[in-house]
Design a protein around this ligand. Structure first.
Ligand code: HEM
Length: 428
């Protein structure tokens, strides 16, 4: 006679209810051994994009400065606060400004919401740019990461466009004239410049059509493309073998003879790797007894990521509590401010435009973008990867830093040293 399983009582079902719900979502308890640590990484939806183990170099804060992560977290904050703002905002020239006033005056937490969105947007432009600089200065665009660098350049341009299209939405004087100047720069492109300008604005001046177009680009088209590009970016980081590291970070195996416990001496093939052994503890984790320079993502990587997230969020919260996002007078098309300035990250362009409309607005930035995209295909030397300011990359780094400094100087001049009619003024 087969033994019957005791029927679970309603009482025990109720008692076990919280635990059962928890276990149905999280299949693993908090990991206590290496097998559970790896299992936690690949059975959790949010964690499984990480490898089970990462190289120690990946976790060195001084190497990445966490800038890619910071960019990602700022974008996350932007998406969340942006969706909440969408509940109040109306992309209409007759309502947009009033909605901004409502956010400030009557909507609960409206001011902090808008502040968080605004400061995250500015910081994201800065963080993505600094991340680009770190990737360049550590030579991390080199083989096999060439394509991911190109995806990165696209991400940088998309970030600028996201910020630029959002700038118009408050429909105040600052927004209106900054975008009027910005779209005029696009108009300097040869042959198709005027068409691009018309396409962006939906007319020949910044008005209702432009507001609607910028809104749709800002809340739907650009975020969708950006999310797709970030997904490809992260996927490529995995496929390219994780983050770059110096060539000497892992000693390469030699054709040495190794002894496996008491058995005969075995000649190991240095090309061969044994994946499964990656999870085994002890000195023989890799062929030829190489010291294992990897650590489990749980908890090492995840805790660092959590730390960067908390820091990023804290900085944004503090900034948003201390400083209010600007809101000037409502749009007055008859009274342009003098000078009308583009957003700060385009002020370098505007400064160059004041010397030559075509070269400043289109020629030079166009050459920059093309050179950036071609960088990994022009610089083929495998030397100097994974180290800041490597001596092997003296020339490349010097050229790059010269361009960056020149642009920062242009932005500073445009921001602080330009007054009415774009004349040179002293800020002091
Ligand atoms: C929305 C913008 C971006 C996000 C969210 C993002 C995110 C990340 C993250 C999280 C990492 C790994 C950690 C780190 O390096 O800090 C990374 C690595 C990388 N990113 Fe980005 N990134 C962005 C833009 C860019 C840009 C503008 C470039 C260059 C033009 C770029 C090129 C790279 C490359 C080549 C790597 C691999 C670096 C290495 O192996 O050391 N990314 N990115």
């Amino acid at each position: 006679m087969s033994q019957q399983q005791p029927k679970p009582s309603l009482m025990s079902a109720l008692q076990e209810f919280p635990g059962n719900v928890w276990k149905s979502i999280f299949r693993n308890p908090l990991p206590t051994n290496d097998l559970e640590r790896s299992s936690t990484s690949f059975t959790n939806f949010f964690l499984h994009i990480h490898p089970v183990k990462v190289h120690k170099n990946t976790l060195r804060p001084g190497y990445t400065l966490g800038l890619g992560l910071i960019s990602m977290f700022l974008f996350t904050i932007l998406v969340v606060t942006g969706i909440l703002l969408m509940f109040y905002y109306v992309p209409s020239t007759s309502q947009a400004y009033d909605r901004m006033l409502d956010l400030r005056g009557t909507v609960a937490f409206g001011t902090i919401l808008r502040n968080m969105h605004r400061w995250s947007a500015h910081l994201m432009v800065a963080a993505v740019f600094m991340h680009l600089c770190r990737v360049f200065l550590t030579g991390s665009y080199k083989k096999p990461r060439e394509f991911n660098w190109v995806v990165g350049v696209v991400l940088f341009l998309l970030t600028l466009l996201m910020s630029f299209t959002g700038y118009l939405l408050p429909w105040d004087q600052l927004a209106f004239w900054a975008i009027t100047v910005g779209t005029a720069i696009a108009g300097y492109a040869p042959v198709i410049g005027k068409d691009i300008q018309f396409l962006l604005m939906g007319g020949s001046t910044v008005g209702q059509e432009a507001l609607l177009r910028f809104y749709v680009l800002h809340v739907a088209v650009l975020p969708a493309v950006l999310i797709l590009a970030i997904a490809i970016h992260f996927w490529r980081i995995r496929k390219d073998g994780g983050l770059s590291r110096p060539a000497d970070a892992d000693p390469t195996p030699t054709m040495d003879l190794v002894t496996i416990t008491e058995g005969p001496k075995v000649r190991m093939d240095d090309k061969k790797t044994y994946g499964v052994q990656g999870l085994v503890r002890g000195p023989l984790t890799k062929v030829n007894n190489i010291p294992d320079n990897t650590v489990f993502s749980w908890p090492n990587l995840f805790l660092s990521e959590l730390f960067v997230f908390v820091m990023t969020l804290s900085v944004i919260l503090v900034l948003s509590l201390l400083f209010n996002a600007p809101l000037e007078e409502p749009v007055n098309v008859m009274h342009p401010p003098n000078p009308a300035k583009a957003p700060w990250y385009f002020l370098g362009l505007q400064e160059m435009v004041s010397y030559s409309a075509f070269w400043g607005g289109i020629g030079v930035p166009g050459v920059y973008v093309v050179l950036l995209i071609l960088t990994p295909y022009l610089d083929r030397s495998p030397k100097g990867v994974g180290k800041w300011f490597s001596r092997d990359r003296l020339l490349a780094n010097t050229i790059f830093i010269t361009f960056v400094v020149a642009n920062i100087i242009f932005v500073i001049i445009g921001t602080y040293f330009r007054g009415p009619n774009w004349a040179f003024v002293s800020p002091w």
